[in-house]
Design a binder for this molecule. Sequence first.
Ligand code: ADP
Length: 354
Amino acid sequence: MGALLGVILLITLVFVLADTYLLWSRIVPLLSEAGESDALIAFLIQSGLTSILFVLAVVCIVFVIIAHFIARPVDTITTAMRAFAATQERQEVALPWAPKEVHELATAFDSFSATVDEVHRHDMEVSRVKSDFISTAAHQLRTPLTGIRWALEALERDSITENQKALVENAKEKSKQLVAVVGTLLDISSIESGKYKYDMQRTELNAIVGDVTHDFVQLAANAQVSLLFEKTTSQSPVVMVDTERIRWVLNNLIENAIRYTPAGGSVRVLTEQRGDKAYVWVRDTGIGIPEQDRGNIFTRFYRASNAVTKENAGNGLGLYIARTIANDHGGDLTFATNENGPGTTFTLSLPITS
Ligand code: ADP
């Protein structure tokens, strides 16, 4: 391509030199003939116009060549790159008339997309194997755990001493926690394999929020944390949700708020409708989220250092699942540090249904 343009420019240069030479060789005799100045001017104009037209023609040819041999193939490569970025589907890039350099660019893009494609497939495979492993392990854990719980419940009904009863109660509680962890792992596995299903129903948001808050009255009292549900409007926002899953999200938010709030603190749950969105705020006066951890708390298995110190139990999966559920409903889950005083406010937003 460079060579072709070089030849065109060389021809132009030769023509301009030849033109100048011819011009000069004809001007000299004309200059010597006095009174022929009109013919001289006409000749100069004619020669000038010819040169301009020629240069214009050359510019047009160069432009067409650049457009056809460079711009169009580059455009084809750009389109293929955009399509690859959007769909991860590789496209054949056919460039019959492109110069060597553009062909090399297309080949480089092709091998780049082949590498990305291979890495992506490998990641998907690793993710699938991991998901299958979690799912199989969780299923296999669930059956014996349920058996242990039944055995403990049966034991509890027997005449055992108060001491033994306390031990059985403790073991029952632990097995309940393990069943919950197994349930969470199964949720993660179905989220990652795209099998998480929702059963959507029209629901009054205040009813679910009131219910879930009520379930935590005892836990809050044990932790000496005051728990309050406030409705901002008397009429409840109506939302289209999978009630069980949204209950799960609220459970997670309120339980976290109580767990991460020291005795004497408070947790306020508020609902409000603003425009076409319903909001649930869970505001606590707890330990807060350190600045360096704020970008990560929705990441799987992530726990802030202050949370690990305050509360041993926890796996860092709750917020990840909760945000997935909120997003799958067309809403969101965010958090902010309280401005007036300590603690954190989590905000669940959901679209209002008509
Ligand atoms: P878990 O609470 O089981 O560790 P989550 O996914 O529910 O897992 O929460 C992730 C992390 O986010 C917690 O470990 C904690 O660091 C932080 N976090 C969540 N809720 C609160 C809260 N109300 N106050 C302070 N930190 C919180």
